[in-house]
Design a protein around this ligand. Structure first.
Ligand code: SF4
Length: 497
């Protein structure tokens, strides 16, 4: 089974992103032989759209995995040939609910033409809205939350069995509960294609930043047991995965139980992962300054597998705004953490998330944010204009920065970040960088492309007859040319691993 992800530009659970407004579409191709008796004749086809963060992208892949495993369903990119439509929703953006219902309105027309179509809504909006979804959109067959996606096969069977009953009277077709961490126990073995994979190590968030819905939609932080995480990574490495991206709302809050009952914290987990045979690069997404502890910083001195790129959301450069956001750290703490890390890894590339125009943000607060961006020279960042999220404490605050001011500030802020991104990419020319070779360049069949530690795409020429030998290898490339803000060209120096 292969997973193809289109448009997955995201980061912190706060969902701060500067681009990518269209829902991401996840698609898998598979030829599963695991079919239930009812599906033997013609496998059902499932189509998924994914909104929001990397956690949702990961979850969508798992939804397809469970339906493939239980019902032999195949994945389609073509909505018109699908038997099951799944919408994995995100409530980070303004008017998220309305956007979901408007998309569902389009799906209703499909269902009018094909009454057998099964429609499911999952993710954070489903979690927030619960049975309200079927009240407003009675043609929706299943509603499930991020923690219950493993129950999709059951929900699917229940909705099929009760097809002739009005959705509001059906039993067992809505499940938006938070059943501890059991989801991970029911998910099929990870299957991948390519050389990189995400591994979810925890769910939920207990930080309760005042602007964020995640603690309410995904529940409190819950870590997977250490052995489960390592077993998944072992399996991935055995399938040829070289880069692992540890995933969670706040991965550095990881507290996974070991088999002796003691607790493994994030820094220790990094050490364990680095010892898995075949794993050459480790990333993680995303983390919180509050728990970016010295043992994690020390890991950068000890573990060459840990990439020289850190995404550490800060949200604002003003202490007053950070306090109003309930981030529970100051700018000094943040800068101090970054400086410690830079002392260990002078080549570290930084990225962050910013919210512009939070309630009460003065000109000086914004100036502090600009100053922070200039001082720390972020490699790239995700930034968006503040808007209220229903049910969050910040929604009670007067949204007193005008939209015009917010827009002007965002443009000014993004200009600083874009200039910094461009400068950093230009600075790569003449340096040598570590690259995971991933594929033959589509438009340049004499070149291979891969990803650098700092997430830039790197292209380099290679002998066309030997290209396959380098796929999946970690190589050293000397950068010779700037191609675009996120792409460079170079020449191969040596194969490292
Ligand atoms: S740390 Fe804050 S912004 Fe991030 S998921 Fe938790 S509550 Fe949301």
């Amino acid at each position: 089974m292969s997973v193809t992800v289109f448009n997955p530009r995201i980061n912190d659970a706060a969902g701060a992103k500067t681009t990518a407004t269209a829902p991401a579409v996840i698609a898998l191709t598979e030829s599963s032989s695991a079919q239930s008796p009812v599906d033997k004749v013609a496998p059902k086809k499932v189509f998924v759209t994914t909104q929001g963060c990397q956690m949702n992208v990961y979850d969508s892949g798992k939804m397809l995995d469970v339906l493939g495993d239980s019902h032999g369903m195949e994945v389609t990119h073509n909505i018109d040939e699908a038997d099951v439509l799944l919408m994995n929703t995100c409530s980070i953006r303004e008017k998220a609910q309305e956007k979901v219902f408007s998309e569902l309105g389009r799906w209703r027309k499909l269902k009018e033409k094909r009454p057998d179509l099964v429609i499911g809504v999952g993710g954070c909006v489903a979690s927030q809205e619960g049975d309200n979804i079927q009240k407003r959109a009675p043609y929706v067959d299943m509603v499930f939350g991020p923690q219950t996606l493993h129950r999709l096969p059951e929900l699917y069977d229940q909705s099929n069995e009760q097809r002739d009953i009005a959705p509001k009277n059906r039993i067992g077709t809505i499940d938006v509960s938070f059943p501890s961490i059991e989801k991970f126990d029911f998910l099929p073995e990870p299957r991948v294609e390519g050389y990189k994979a995400f591994v979810s190590i925890m769910e939920g968030c207990s930080k309760y930043c005042s602007f964020c819905v995640v603690p309410y939609t995904r529940g409190e932080e819950l870590s997977r047991p250490l052995d489960d995480v390592l077993a998944e990574i072992d399996s991935l490495a055995a399938q040829g995965i070289r880069e692992i991206n540890l995933l969670g709302q706040n991965v550095n809050g990881y507290r996974g139980e070991k088999d002796d009952g003691s607790i493994c914290r994030f820094a220790e987990l990094l050490h364990y992962v680095s010892h898995v045979d075949g794993v050459e690069r480790i990333r993680y997404t995303t983390s919180h300054p509050l728990e970016f502890t010295d043992d994690i910083i020390d890991a950068y001195a000890q573990l060459p597998e840990l990439v020289s790129h850190l995404h550490l959301p800060v949200q604002s450069g003003s202490n007053a705004i950070l306090a109003a956001m309930k981030r529970n750290h100051t700018i000094d703490v943040y800068i101090n953490q970054i400086n410690k890390l830079k002392a260990i890894r002078p080549d570290i590339h930084l990225s962050s998330d910013f919210i512009i125009g939070f309630p009460g943000e003065t000109d000086q607060d914004f100036q502090d944010t600009l100053n922070l961006a200039k001082e720390l020279n972020f490699d790239h960042s995700y930034s968006f204009i503040y808007s209220k999220r229903p049910g969050t404490p910040a929604a009670e605050l007067p949204d007193d920065v005008s939209f015009t001011t917010k827009k002007a500030r965002l443009a000014e802020f993004q200009k600083v970040i874009i200039d910094s991104t461009l400068a950093k990419t230009h600075e790569m020319v003449g340096t040598t960088t570590r690259v995971l070779v991933e594929q033959i360049a589509n438009r340049h069949p004499d070149c291979l492309i891969g990803t650098a530690d700092n997430t830039r795409t790197v292209m380099f020429p290679y002998d066309e007859n030997k290209m396959n030998e380098l796929l999946g290898k970690i190589v050293s490339v000397r950068i010779t040319d700037f191609v675009s803000p996120h792409m460079v060209k170079g020449e191969l120096i040596e194969v490292l691993a």
